[in-house]
Write a protein that binds this ligand. Structure first.
Ligand SMILES: *[C@@H]1O[C@H](CO)[C@@H](O)[C@H](O)[C@H]1NC(C)=O
Ligand SMILES: *[C@@H]1O[C@H](CO)[C@@H](O)[C@H](O)[C@H]1NC(C)=O
Ligand SMILES: *[C@@H]1O[C@H](CO)[C@@H](O)[C@H](O)[C@H]1NC(C)=O
Ligand SMILES: *[C@@H]1O[C@H](CO)[C@@H](O)[C@H](O)[C@H]1NC(C)=O
Ligand SMILES: *[C@@H]1O[C@H](CO)[C@@H](O)[C@H](O)[C@H]1NC(C)=O
Length: 187
């Protein structure tokens, strides 16, 4: 437990230093060009109730991928919708306890992953809410998007051995996530 916490903090300090733009630039070269999908290295349990995910997916049109180099002005509306639907995002504020409770409940059927939830969600909450570059006044929130991606990324990085596919390509993906690629870019 202590070791894991330390690893999370070290990773956090490294990643905290890079700005959103760096990560976006990175996703264009480093994050692409994979020979394996993240879900084939570690199948993660859903962290938000599937019926809410489906509902929000239907509510917002899927936008074409942003042009390379274009600066994003808002976060994912689908993800914001999900956090609003679970009651964890109100008045532009993310609530840690409600998020932890929801994810714990959603992951309940996966005893390998459930013990990772509290620590992971709490760490990601700090990483997403304490970063001023994620605050914006218009459009859908970057905070919920970062939160959601961070939790998946950290669960992937801490994937229980029973759920991990031992392949060099999978270690490469883990390394890319540690270097700042988003989970969704490697999904
Ligand atoms: C993509 O991956 C292949 C094989 O790993 C490598 O040879 C090539 O240089 C990579 N291309 C880019 C643009 O990174
Ligand atoms: C993780 O592995 C366990 C044991 O093999 C399995 O029962 C469980 O379904 C796996 N979890 C996921 C999310 O696939
Ligand atoms: C998702 O929500 C539905 C409807 O509220 C509920 O029946 C179901 O048990 C929930 N699923 C999980 C995994 O919590
Ligand atoms: C999560 O961890 C915190 C701090 O370790 C603890 O106070 C809290 O009770 C835990 N919450 C749950 C739902 O387990
Ligand atoms: C923590 O936040 C920074 C800045 O938004 C981000 O680059 C990094 O990917 C986040 N860490 C994780 C594990 O998501």
């Amino acid at each position: 437990m202590e070791d894991k916490l330390f690893a999370l903090w070290t990773l956090g300090i490294v990643l905290f230093a890079s700005s959103v733009t760096d990560v976006l630039m990175m996703s264009e070269s480093l994050c692409k060009n994979n020979t394996v999908l993240a879900r084939n290295c570690c199948r993660l349990p859903g962290i938000i109730n599937q019926s809410i995910v489906d509902e929000c997916d239907d509510k917002f049109p899927h936008l074409p991928p942003a042009k390379p180099g274009a600066k994003k002005t808002e976060g994912s509306c689908v993800v914001e919708c999900m956090y609003k639907a679970i009651g964890a995002f109100q008045n532009s504020k993310l609530d840690l306890d409600i998020t932890v409770q929801h994810v714990l409940q959603t992951v309940e059927k996966y005893p390998n992953f459930q013990p990772l939830v509290n620590e992971t969600v709490s760490w990601c909450f700090r990483n997403a809410t304490e970063n001023p570059t994620l605050q914006q006044t218009t459009g859908c929130s970057f905070v919920t998007q970062e939160m959601n991606d961070c939790v998946k990324k950290m669960l992937f990085i801490s994937c229980p051995p029973a759920n991990w596919t031992s392949k060099p390509e999978c270690d490469v993906l883990k390394g890319k996530m540690a270097e700042g690629c988003t989970y969704s870019s490697l999904y």
